[in-house]
Design a binder for this molecule. Structure first.
Ligand code: OFO
Length: 168
């Protein structure tokens, strides 16, 4: 594996690990602020991000590369509302999409088609994730911020945790 590809994959491993911690922070905030359904959904998503990280780890190791495990920065734990939680998550997923696209672009430049092929899974995954979080945000905006509306959104997110996000 070329050094440039190995370095970029390690950077992506760090980003996925950060994603997992970011979802964990969001889940903790939701659990502490009366949104148990959102918390359950986000704890589940934190596990999925860890799976995204591990998939990259196994790929690097299988191809004889070295996994460097960089420092992971501390995510914010300060949120003002459920709408803010999901806005920050949606923005974070856009950032991850850009990162995966750049990584894919690098594999083309380096003619590393094996890694490019492997990254196809992440490209599809990002389409699903951005769509999922845009849908959730649209719903939150639509219902407004009364306690009753947020209670129902929270219930809906609890069921998404066991259906919509499964396997992402
Ligand atoms: Fe949320 O897809 Fe990985 O980071």
């Amino acid at each position: 594996m070329k050094e440039s590809i190995e370095k970029a994959l390690n950077e992506q491993i760090e980003k996925e690990e950060y994603s997992s911690r970011f979802y964990l922070a969001a889940a903790i905030w939701c659990e502490s602020n009366g949104y148990p359904g959102s918390a359950s959904f986000l704890y589940g998503h934190a596990d999925e991000e860890r799976m995204h990280m591990l998939k990259l780890v196994h790929f690097v190791v299988d191809r004889g590369g070295q996994v460097t495990l960089e420092n992971v920065k501390k995510p914010t734990q300060n949120f003002n509302s459920l709408a803010e939680v999901f806005t920050l998550i949606r923005d974070h997923e856009k950032f991850i999409t850009e990162s995966i696209n750049n990584l894919y672009g690098l594999t083309i430049n380096e003619k590393d088609y094996t890694t490019g092929n492997f990254l196809q899974w992440y490209i599809s995954e990002q389409i699903e994730e951005e769509s999922l979080f845009n849908t959730i945000l649209d719903k939150i905006k639509l219902v407004g911020d009364s306690s009753a509306s947020l209670f129902h959104i929270d219930k809906e997110l609890e069921s998404l945790g066991t259906t919509g996000a499964a396997g992402n």
